[in-house]
Design a binder for this molecule. Structure first.
Ligand code: F58
Length: 831
């Protein structure tokens, strides 16, 4: 038998894991002090909290390092098929707690730090979360990469290392004011920059035809300018399974030749300006939610990270001699919405122009290498890029898109007897109001699969948004209902509930969340219910401490905690929530009810508005105005309270959600693609008041009608009402309680008598109300009255809350990942 091949010494040395530091308290203390002294360059006695936090973070990452290197080594060895998740956003939340949980080090660290006189909680609080996303879409990406690592599925996340993440929100006289989020200012201990592995990304210029050495007529791109993309790697640890995947975020930097090429002025100030110009590309996350603005810099960002990622994968991750015809056996690029869809023509360009494949070969490969997830139903959220802009920035890509479109429309025409109406409906290029590329169409034509993010959403996507495509590509459309990671949103956010669950059903549920079903019988167990209630009360007291310190707000743990946290958008209908609060308030001040007779409630809002979204900002102002009046009116006797802590983010979510009793999921039916906050609340034992929309529908089906407060128009009823002509003011005229609530706002009751301040909000409701808040008002108020009564029956409420937890295991992102793997990716767990 042949002797086993001897590994090359250099190879073995380069990749041999160094081995983790000792998992003992003393071992940890040694490492920690070493990082503090030699890494931070300070003595324990003189170190700041930030020094200690940075040293701790670096120490914890030592423990992950051997596993990371081992994961990379095995991947290189096995060449197992994996996922490249392409996402312009990753809303990660704080890293330290998650890294401690993944390594199982929490107790050791707590004890070790204690020996040094350092408090772990204070160090955790020092971390500024990387807010590299807007909301649901970015948070979903973070949950998915967590699940893939935990399930041992090979995945590399690709994105942008924004220097400034989502803005920090403050309120000045109740109005939103945005501040820059300098999340890197105090150090970035979780990242590994690799300037030596930079990729070059080119832009602009023109294309030309030439005859290649093999006599073939080809197109080539003579670019106008270029930037460097520097990769920053982040560890994505699986939950106590020895696997660490990679998140690779790109930072833009000027190339040395940059200033010469474009500006060519030889003047120093100009050259510095050139640096700034290049670095602008990864400077800031666009804070736009739902309505993309079509800004050139945004297209630059998209192409920048996608081009760097594809080159990185093809030229650096794959082995040198890799046969690119086998690319689909090795990788699937998952497009998180349309933001990375420019990757389709980019891969075509790489295969054709750089790797010299012919068109048909390249197209066959490309079509198997992409899949597309859509996250919206709002027409204004579907991204289009003007042909003019795209042609200026990426002329070669525009050529490629034209050819894809031409061949596609030829097939459509053939199949449908030259039906020109259909052809123009399905064209990737829109003609009106200007010639523009419809990115969702491009993604649908190129993608092996297209998925929506909840059952209803996927259905509406097929029936309403892309029906022609569904007909043309049978089997291409599928659903994968969203999920959330139970590691962060149950175990880390709610340790008290986690302990109670483990006491009842043992360990193992955190990676097999359907096991929460075993809790069902405990709903009937009085002692368990008492303990469950005590967990809620404990979480409310914890929230109280956080809010006192953060904002000077207090939370009374005897109140029903009624929470609406999500981006501010008209379709999500924060105004409907406001109308409910104003109605409750009006009932008290008019003497209709006595404060002592109502269920005491604290309303908590969390919401950022896109800086340019005027009406959304007015609504924030209104919520704060209502809060200021309600909270200070003696007649209310403290039975209603409205709190709006500014700057809602992942860190605050982890404190608010576990304390909530009632989860507000009140979007107009057919508008919220899925929602994921709704899942986090149910898993933490809040009951939902919600419409028949997004994943609410699946939550209700699972937890049962008795444990969910459903209200409002159904999606087909919404459509019918639009069709017949919706007149919001008719609801105002016919419902006296709605009239009184709106009149109070209009008369200036929440704006010191000033009738102008909220006139735009009132006017919008009465004369436009695109999302039918007034049509759903009566049903909502009636449902809220039921909530108030139900909460008074403490035992019944607790039963329902327990059943919400027990029946929500489906909403683990591990299950979502299983479905992506089975239906789309075909990437089984590797090692
Ligand atoms: C959200 N979309 C959906 N977009 O609204 C929500 O229903 C869903 O649960 C979630 O995706 C995950 O699937 C969303 O968050 C954005 O934030 C985009 C950011 C970039 C501009 C366009 C909106």
């Amino acid at each position: 038998p042949a002797a086993p091949a001897k590994p090359k010494a250099t190879h073995a040395l380069a990749l041999a894991p160094v081995g983790s530091p000792a998992s003992s308290v003393d071992g940890f203390v040694r490492e920690f002090l070493r990082e503090l002294n030699y890494g931070q360059g300070v003595a324990l006695s003189t170190s700041s909290v930030n020094d200690q936090y940075l040293a701790l973070a670096r120490t914890v990452r030592h423990y992950l390092m051997a596993r990371w290197l081992e994961t990379l080594r095995r991947q290189a060895e096995t060449q197992a098929k994996g996922v490249a998740y392409l996402s312009a956003e990753y809303l990660l939340g704080r890293q330290l707690g998650n890294a401690l949980l993944a390594t199982g080090l929490t107790e050791i660290v707590e004890e070790g730090l204690g020996k040094c006189g350092v408090d772990l909680a204070a160090l955790r609080a020092q971390e500024v979360e990387p807010g590299l996303g807007n909301g649901g879409l970015g948070r979903l990406a973070a949950c998915f990469i967590d699940s893939l690592a935990t399930m041992s599925v090979p995945c590399i996340g690709y994105g942008i290392r924004y220097e400034y993440g989502i803005f920090r929100q403050t309120f000045v006289e109740g109005r939103q004011v945005e501040q820059a989020d300098s999340w890197l200012a105090l150090g970035a201990p979780w990242e590994f920059p690799h300037p030596e592995a930079a990729q070059i990304v080119t832009f602009g210029g023109h294309t030309e035809k030439y005859t290649d050495t093999d006599g073939v007529e080809r197109s080539r791109w003579v670019a106008g300018w270029k930037v460097k993309a520097i990769p920053y790697n982040y560890m994505v640890p699986g939950y106590q399974n020895g696997r660490v995947n990679t998140l690779r975020l790109w930072r833009a930097q000027a190339t040395d030749a940059f200033d010469l090429k474009i500006f060519n002025s030889g003047d120093y100030e100009e050259a510095v300006r050139a640096q700034t110009f290049a670095e602008n590309i990864s400077k800031v996350l666009y804070p736009e939610d739902s309505t993309p603005q079509g800004k050139e810099l945004r297209l630059q960002q998209q192409y920048f990270f996608v081009s760097a990622s594809i080159h990185d994968f093809v030229n650096s991750v794959l082995p040198k001699d890799f046969d690119l015809h086998k690319l689909p056996d090795r990788i699937i690029f998952q497009l998180n919405d349309t933001h990375p869809v420019i990757g389709v023509p980019e891969l075509m360009r790489v295969l054709i122009d750089e790797k010299k494949m012919d068109w048909d070969e390249a197209w066959a490969i490309t079509q198997q290498c992409f899949a597309y997830t859509c996250h919206t139903l709002l027409p204004e959220a579907l991204e289009v890029w003007s042909v003019d802009l795209l042609g200026r920035l990426l002329p070669r890509h525009l050529e490629i898109i034209y050819r894809i479109n031409e061949e596609f429309l030829e097939r459509v025409s053939e199949r449908f007897d030259g039906d020109q109406l259909r052809v123009s409906r399905m064209s990737i290029i829109a003609e009106h109001p200007e010639r523009a590329v419809r990115m969702a169409y491009l993604a649908t034509v190129a993608g092996a699969k297209v998925n929506g993010v909840a059952e209803l959403h996927s259905q509406l996507l097929r029936d309403k948004v892309l029906p022609d495509f569904d007909e043309f590509f049978p089997g291409k459309f599928t659903n994968v209902t969203n999920g959330v990671t139970p590691r962060r949103f149950v175990r880390l956010a709610n340790p008290a509930l986690s302990e109670l669950i483990t006491d009842a059903i043992g360990v193992g549920w955190l990676t097999d969340l359907e096991r929460l079903r075993e809790l069902e019988p405990y709903a009937e167990d009085e002692e368990f219910r008492d303990r469950f209630r005590e967990v809620k009360a404990h979480n409310k007291r914890r929230l109280n401490r956080v809010l006192v310190e953060r904002d000077g707000f207090t939370v009374d743990d005897s109140h029903l905690l009624d929470v609406m946290v999500k981006r501010l958008h008209e379709y999500k209908r924060q105004t409907l929530k406001v109308l409910h609060i104003v109605t409750e308030y009006e009932r008290i001040i008019s003497g209709e009810v006595k404060p002592a007779d109502i269920t005491p409630r604290t309303f908590i809002f969390g919401a950022k508005a896109a800086p340019g979204y005027k009406i959304a900002k007015d609504i924030i102002h209104l919520i704060n105005g209502v809060g200021a009046v309600v909270n200070n009116d003696k007649r209310v006797e403290g039975r209603l309270k409205v709190l709006f802590p500014p700057n809602y983010n992942v860190t605050l979510a982890e404190k608010v959600i576990p304390a909530a009793d009632l989860s507000e999921q009140i979007s107009l039916a057919g508008k919220e693609a899925s929602g994921t906050g709704n899942m986090k609340f149910a898993l933490n034992g809040a009951l939902t008041i919600g419409t028949d929309d997004g994943a609410n529908i699946e939550i209700r089906e699972l937890v049962g009608d008795d444990n969910f407060f459903l209200f409002g128009l159904l999606e087909p009823e919404v459509e019918a009402l639009y069709a017949k002509g919706y007149v919001p003011s008719s609801f105002y005229e016919s419902d006296p309680s709605l009239k009184r609530a709106i009149d109070l706002i209009a008369q200036g009751a929440f704006s010191d008598g000033d009738r102008d301040v909220f006139a735009p909000v009132v006017g919008n409701l009465l004369y436009e109300d695109r999302f039918m808040a007034l049509a759903d008002y009566r049903a909502y108020i009636d449902a809220q009255d039921k909530v108030g009564a139900a909460y008074a029956d403490t035992d019944a409420w607790t039963r329902s809350a327990i059943l919400n937890v027990a029946r929500s295991g489906f909403f683990s992102s591990d299950r979502s990942m299983r479905h992506y793997i089975d239906r789309i990716w075909h990437t089984p767990p590797a090692f």
